[in-house]
Structures are given as C-alpha cells and as structure tokens.
Design a protein around this ligand. Sequence first.
Ligand SMILES: C[S@@+](CC[C@H](N)C(=O)[O-])C[C@H]1O[C@@H](n2cnc3c(N)ncnc32)[C@H](O)[C@@H]1O
Length: 221
Amino acid sequence: MEGGGGAPLEVLREERPCGHGVPPSPEASSVKGSTWGLFFTGVVGGALLAVYAVATPFITPAFRKICLPFVPATAKQTENVVKMLRHRRGPLVDIGSGDGRIVIAAAKEGFTAVGYELNPWLVWYSRYKAWREGVHGSATFYISDLWKVTFSQYSNVVVFGVPQMMPQLEKKLELELEEDARVIACRFPFPHWTPDHIAGDGVDTVWAYDVGTFRGREKRP
Ligand SMILES: C[S@@+](CC[C@H](N)C(=O)[O-])C[C@H]1O[C@@H](n2cnc3c(N)ncnc32)[C@H](O)[C@@H]1O
C-alpha cells in the first residue's frame, strides 16, 4: 500500500523525543564502557585483595621452618585438657591458640587464660567468641610469635603442636617454667619428658607433665 497513511520516515526520525532512537556517538559509548570496565576491575581487584589478606595468614605457616598449621582441637581433646586441669590453679596459656577454644574452655572453668597466636584473623575471632560466650574478662588473646614469648608467669601451659617443634619447645619451657607448673601436650607428646598423667586415646590423647617431677629425670642425653 503506497503512502499507508503514515508520516514519511524523515519526519518520524525528527519527531522522536531526545535520546530515543538516536544512536550514541562512538565517543559516548566508549566512555560508558570504560566506566564499567573500571568498576568491574575495582570490584574484582578488591575481592582478590580481600581473599589474599584473609588466606595469607593461613597459608604462610606452610613456608616456615617449623610448619604449625591451624588444626583445631576436637571436642574430646578439649575435654581431656579440661580433665588435666582439675584441681589446678593459677594462670593458663595456650601456645598457638587457634580459634581460642582451649582458652575459652579454661576460662569457663575459672582460669585466667591467655592465648598467643600468630594469625590475626584467628585472634580477632577468638576475642569475638570470648565476648559472645561471656568470658572476655578472663580470656585474653595476643597476636604473637610463640618463640618470642616468655612463659615463666604461667602455671598451666597447653600446647597442640607438631612433632618437629616439640624438642625445641621442651628446652624453652624447661628453662622458663616455675617448679609448680604443669604442661599439657595435645596429640603429640614431648620427646624426653615422662608424662605424669595421660588422658584419652588416638588423636585425642593428652599428656600432662609436672615441672617438679620432670626436672632432673628427663631422658635427654
Ligand atoms: C594445631 S593449631 C592448635 C590450635 C589450638 N591450640 C587448639 O588446640 O584448638 C596450632 C596453632 O598455632 C598457630 N601458630 C603457628 N605458628 C605459630 C607461632 N610461631 N606463634 C604463635 N602461633 C603459631 C597456628 O596458626 C595455629 O592456629
């Protein structure tokens, strides 16, 4: 149908409201594109940075001379530690306190408990957990390297270590601890001391060593 009653094409083009149907200039669309590109790069970069910041403290222990990764104590292991603390008094320390579960369990038993931990995320999480569980007054956490801390003020020392570190830690504690202190080792025993008490079995085994009894009778050459 010729004409069809409609307006000529040229007229329609001119009558369209501003911004509709007028193709954007190549410059305008490239500015829009680059804004989105920047935004996208920022989001991806920020996300990668956040993942890097959170993951690094968990990964770096693998590159240390002694690799001591974050492996939390099992419920049974924690129970065995608490058993070994029965009738004990005085301040307590967990060396490499992880997510704070041992320190918090000890605080609930009435101990003034301290945790030293290298991973800041775990320390912040431990502080939050202690606050949530109502023991923040008696459970304290420090971001510290265990080899740079002196443990002489503690009467109860708990450690869930790895076999490679136990000989060195044994020497350190022997030099630093008072005569009435007790050391509790989780999962891996000390190589030269003879335990005074043992609780649990398998991965949940816990050994308790009283400084007063191991001083002078260790098997070290
Ligand atoms: C096997 S986990 C034990 C965690 C906690 N004690 C528990 O029983 O659930 C050992 C912890 O020691 C921490 N750690 C490793 N090297 C350390 C160091 N040089 N000083 C302090 N903490 C360290 C790790 O980040 C990890 O959380």
